[in-house]
Design a protein around this ligand. Sequence first.
Ligand SMILES: Cc1cc2nc3c(=O)[nH]c(=O)nc-3n(C[C@H](O)[C@H](O)[C@H](O)COP(=O)(O)O)c2cc1C
Length: 168
Amino acid sequence: MDAQLKHDYLEGMSRAATFVAVATTDGLRGRFGVTVSSMTSVSTEGDYPSLLICVHYLSLAAPAMLANRGFCLNLLNEEQSGVANLFAGREGDHPSARFDAVDWVPGPNGHPMIDGAVANFECQMATELWWKTHHVIVGEVTSVRLSEDSRPLLYGGRSYHRAVKLED
Ligand SMILES: Cc1cc2nc3c(=O)[nH]c(=O)nc-3n(C[C@H](O)[C@H](O)[C@H](O)COP(=O)(O)O)c2cc1C
């Protein structure tokens, strides 16, 4: 790939503001979680709404989500940048120890719902595409838990932000 193209692509994408979520999974393959900003809502047609995430193939959470046939997407609150860093491995922990550092409860299908998240979307695996370095994973949302506080954590310009409403 042309180095200038790659540089400009990464710089351009750094200017996008995204949500920050932690995708968690539990089941026969074990309990794992990884921070993602690649969440996209896909559709509300059919029996269940669906969403997608892109997870790097080297993340231990990716094969676990595929083998466990599901995951929970925990959309983080603006106070939870520490949780985002924890599940991005920035605290130098062991993946299984991440769950000792946060409060969580199992969702109806057993995937960890992190307390304090603005929304928890529990998903069953729908389909997956392996594209170069990432698994593009589509989940069907079987349950949603909403918190009282709806202020989301944002990521853009290579740092965390909170959303501020513009004047009308
Ligand atoms: C704000 C933020 C967003 C991220 N988004 C993604 C993402 O969408 N997909 C992904 O594979 N990794 C993403 N990462 C990196 C992973 O969280 C993690 O650092 C990396 O995959 C190593 O995972 P592991 O320690 O679970 O193996 C993000 C990290 C941060 C801090």
